[in-house]
Ligand binder design. Structure first.
Ligand SMILES: [Zn+2]
Length: 515
């Protein structure tokens, strides 16, 4: 036996709720997997040679899964761009400086692992051009060297990259802006598709394994052609139902677009194409209808929810409560935009918990509890990114991905009733910085808050050294894009209230009342 992970409390699986919580217990690890879970003393007697990790006072639990991020590591805010409506931010992001993938991926490891995330899903954004294979490979190698479990997806849009319904939009621009925007609108969707699947095939061939997932990721559902989506589905199915992950109905504008273009919701449109399936995860999924939630549940699709990002980007709130009750697999995502701008996954669990406690006159409706929420950050996330049955719980046969959480703040500040379940105590009182140790695939990546796989101080130095102002060409392009803003806003405003879809629809969450 290689390791014995020891906890005063061991939360083995959120799905088993209270019955899955053991006291004075341990997890025995051989190689990269868990072989036994049980009483600490009994396991110690059987494996006297194993190295013990954990001081016996901590909470041992499955490592958390960030099922939706973009690998930027430095947030838009750190790069000087405040969060705003997605549609505005798409123009603003053009002025963010870039960093080498070695720096962002290593920082991604640090910022995730230090708050308990042992799996990251890095979803690229428009992974294009001759450099793409090299940039992706360098990022992937850095994540793996850093020791985090990785789901990696190159991202792509092959239609309507500038604005939804872009050809019609072009006609609303004055001549000089039309000239600038025209090449952004008339893109070669088939060439982008061909290049994307070549890139995907190469990454999948090189890196996919039981430990690394390479996913297919249309950046968002409506920014890919139907032909592209069908090819994504066919490719994913052929490779054993690998996950397809895409943003979908993040904003009311995206909702209005589908109603305008297809006469149905985006999710009904995806289902009509045969896309909705157990290997599909939709990021955000805020502007969904009851019918959409039914479809998501029936097809066993997943949703990733990123509450801090949704607040920051004025997206609204996904009806997570209704989704969970209907049986949709809802997973946590950090999306590079967490509430304290530090990728604290424990805080993000708390955001998921707090934001879906909505009022009603009915005093009997149960709220989501700690197990529901911890499942979103463990088992559900693992399923959404293709690690179902391998990650997300501490059980024999599963990968040894676990964290030890110090309980000083939780239990001794200055006292906590022993009657409170430890899962609730963790959810209500812990912070990312209470995560003391992270073991990923049996490898100790962080111990006593010190990284074993990389030198954080020198990484920070390198990042500060690498910061350079953006090149003049990028600045000019970003300024030009800003000039499009009023036209772009006017364009969307012309169709926002089509069919009264937004103003007349009853919301899932009623937070206050005007009349
Ligand atoms: Zn996102």
């Amino acid at each position: 036996m290689d390791l014995l992970l020891r906890g005063r409390y061991v939360l083995t699986s959120a799905a088993q709720r209270e019955a899955g919580v053991l006291t004075d217990a341990a997890v025995a690890v051989r190689g990269d997997s868990i072989v036994e879970v049980g009483d600490w003393r009994a396991l110690r007697r059987r494996h006297p040679q194993a190295r013990v990790v954990g001081n016996g006072k901590q909470l041992l639990m499955p490592g958390l899964v960030d099922a939706h991020s973009h690998g930027r590591a430095l947030s838009p805010i750190q790069k000087g761009v405040l969060n705003d409506y997605l549609e505005n931010n798409l123009l603003d992001w053009a002025r963010m400086p870039g960093f080498d993938p070695e720096l962002t991926a290593a920082l991604g490891v640090v910022r995730h692992v230090r708050s308990g995330c042992t799996t990251i899903h890095h979803m690229g954004f428009d992974t294009e051009g001759a450099q793409a294979p090299d940039l992706c490979a360098r990022a992937i190698r850095t994540y793996l060297a850093g020791g985090i479990r990785l789901a990696f997806s190159p991202g792509v849009r092959n239609v309507d990259k500038l604005v939804l319904d872009s050809h019609a939009f072009l006609g609303t621009l004055p001549p000089d802006l039309q000239e600038f925007a025209e090449p952004l609108v008339n893109i070669d969707g088939e060439a982008i598709e061909k290049q994307y699947f070549e890139l995907f095939d190469e990454l999948h061939r090189t890196f996919a394994s039981a430990d690394v997932q390479i996913l297919i990721s249309p950046s968002w559902a409506q920014a890919c052609t139907e032909r592209f989506l069908l090819r994504a589905k066919e490719t994913a199915d052929r490779l054993g139902k690998i996950p397809i992950h895409m943003h979908c109905v993040q904003t009311p504008i995206q909702k209005a677009f589908s109603l305008r273009k297809y006469g149905k919701t985006a999710i009904a449109w995806l289902d009509g194409l045969g896309l909705l399936d157990e290997n599909v995860a939709l990021g955000h999924a805020i502007w969904v209808t009851e019918g959409d939630i039914d479809l998501l549940a029936t097809r066993r699709a997943s949703v990733t929810s990123h509450p801090s990002c949704n607040l920051g980007m004025r997206n609204g709130l996904a009806p997570v409560y209704a989704m969970v009750r209907r049986g949709v697999n809802v997973a946590m995502g950090l999306d590079d935009k967490t509430i304290n701008d530090d990728e604290d996954a424990v805080m993000e669990l708390r955001m998921l918990h707090k934001l879906h406690r909505v009022p009603s006159y009915d005093l009997r409706t149960p709220a989501l509890d700690a197990y529901d929420i911890i499942a979103m950050g463990t088992l559900n996330g693992a399923r959404a990114v293709g690690f179902a049955d391998r990650v997300g719980a501490l059980a024999p046969g599963m990968k040894a991905d676990a964290i030890l959480v110090d309980l000083d703040r939780v239990l001794n500040d200055p006292w906590l009733s022993p009657d409170l379940p430890i899962a609730e105590a963790f959810l209500h009182r812990a912070m990312g910085e209470d995560v003391n140790t992270a073991v990923i695939g049996g490898r100790i990546v962080m111990e006593d808050r010190r990284f074993r796989t990389l030198d954080v101080k020198s990484l920070y130095r390198e990042i500060r050294k690498a910061v350079r102002s953006i090149a003049p060409a990028q600045r000019q392009r970003a300024e030009k894009l800003q000039r499009l803003r009023p036209y772009y806003q006017a364009w969307y405003n012309t169709w926002l209230d089509d069919e009264g879809a937004l103003s007349r629809a009853a919301p899932y969450y009623v937070l206050n009342s005007r009349a």
